[in-house]
Design a protein around this ligand. Structure first.
Ligand SMILES: [Ca+2]
Ligand SMILES: [Ca+2]
Ligand SMILES: [Ca+2]
Ligand SMILES: [Ca+2]
Length: 313
């Protein structure tokens, strides 16, 4: 037994000498939230007073766990740059579901997920990290049985990390990220809804999707009769009329009316503007179903009414 201990100590020193300088990220609040429980060997310390401790990364865990009765447990072959010889390690799937194997010098392989051996159908187990950085679940060690992270009735005996999932690697953790799958470090969000501009199909929330929205950052809700995503304006009305492909004679009359409204507007004659808009509406209603379809008539009248509302507003 003593011999084993010294052998262990030697290996431990070798382990420690190979430690990288990565900072561990266990127990961020410094309240001893760093222990799992192995049913047959006691406490496992994820942030021991000596050694590098454990670092949780987006794709893998590195460093060593110290168990008072079984010595060091390595979480990655990277610890000793030995991946060319034996490739092993505990992996993270970017969102906190762990799998893969750790290696205990004296206890052999420790599996962090039943998926490792496709045994979930018979024995379902695994270790995960939740949004608060708390580990939960069970690992399985071939020689010492279950390692328990679910110590809920023992609040001081748990493992907590400051690592936070950030699956698009934009440095904004998933939990705060308005586009967790689209990198957008600036988090720009024009309409202040739940989706950032980078992943929001309708950046101004006016119901016209960005791809079809000529004014994708202008909320035209209720003021967009022609559904181009822009607030209706007199300047754009001539183009709207031209796009309708009306009979040439009728189109010319409407364009002339619009020109007159524009002149009144330029001269600051608001009353005249209103009267001429009303006259424009009347003209369209008169030709409804004749020189202009019902649908086009409805649209142009709604457009003119939006201009009237804008004036009154
Ligand atoms: Ca992110
Ligand atoms: Ca948005
Ligand atoms: Ca829009
Ligand atoms: Ca419009």
């Amino acid at each position: 037994m003593r011999k084993t201990f010294y052998a262990l100590l030697t290996v431990s020193i070798l382990f420690l000498s190979a430690h990288t300088a990565r900072a561990e990220n266990i127990d961020p609040d410094d309240i001893d939230q760093q222990f799992a429980w192995a049913e047959n060997v006691g406490w496992l310390n994820f942030e021991p007073a000596f050694g590098s401790g454990v670092t949780v990364g987006h794709r893998s865990l590195t460093g060593y766990v110290w168990a008072e009765n079984i010595g060091w447990i390595s979480l990655s072959c990277e610890n000793t740059a030995s991946c060319d010889i034996v490739d092993y390690g505990v992996t993270n799937d970017l969102v906190g579901n762990l799998s893969g194997y750790a290696w205990g010098e004296n206890v052999g392989w420790i599996s962090f997920s039943c998926e490792n051996m496709a045994s979930c159908y018979t024995v379902d187990y695994g270790v995960s990290i939740d949004e608060d950085g708390q580990f939960y679940g069970y690992a399985w060690a071939e020689n010492i049985g279950w390692i328990n992270f679910d110590l809920l009735d023992e609040p001081n005996y748990t493992v907590v990390t400051s690592w936070e999932a950030d699956r698009d690697f934009d440095t904004v953790p998933d939990i705060d990220d308005n586009c967790p799958d689209t990198p957008n470090a600036n988090q720009a969000n024009s309409d202040n809804d739940l989706m950032g501009d980078a992943c929001d199909p309708d950046d101004d929330n006016d119901g016209i999707l960005d791809d079809n929205d000529t004014c994708s950052l202008e909320d035209a809700t209720g003021r967009d009769a022609d559904a181009d995503g822009c607030i209706d304006t007199l300047v754009l009305l001539s183009g709207v009329v031209e796009d309708l492909e009306l009979f040439e004679k009728f189109e010319k009359k409407l364009l002339k009316k619009i020109q007159k409204i524009q002149t009144a507007l330029d001269n600051g004659k608001d009353k005249k503007v209103l009267n001429r808009l009303e006259s424009f509406i009347k003209k369209i209603n008169k030709q409804r179903g004749k020189n202009i379809s019902e649908a086009d008539a409805d649209m142009l009248i709604a457009y003119a009414q939006n201009l009237i509302s804008n004036l009154i507003d």
